[in-house]
Design a protein around this ligand. Structure first.
Ligand SMILES: [Zn+2]
Length: 81
């Protein structure tokens, strides 16, 4: 009977994955970088509401969308932190 062992391993793997993604979320949240007043990419004003909502924001909504699109598409590999 190897079923129980496999089940335990699967559980451990799931917990590891959860911990890993939680850590990356915490790293995002804990960033101490101040929000920028102007978009790092195009120089547009970043509204105060957005600066408060997104801590350490660096991009305007438009550029953020473009960046997220590239990240989803797997072509934005230059932003590793
Ligand atoms: Zn921008």
């Amino acid at each position: 009977m190897t079923f129980e062992l496999n089940d335990e391993m699967a559980q451990a793997a799931t917990e590891l994955q959860l911990t890993t993604s939680l850590n990356s979320i915490l790293r995002e949240v804990r960033t101490d970088k101040p929000s920028l007043l102007f978009c790092e990419d195009c120089g547009a004003d970043i509204p105060e509401a957005r600066r408060k909502a997104v801590r350490g924001v660096r991009l305007c909504v438009g550029c953020q969308e473009v960046q997220e699109y590239h990240q989803r598409a797997g072509t934005g590999g230059t932003n590793e932190r």
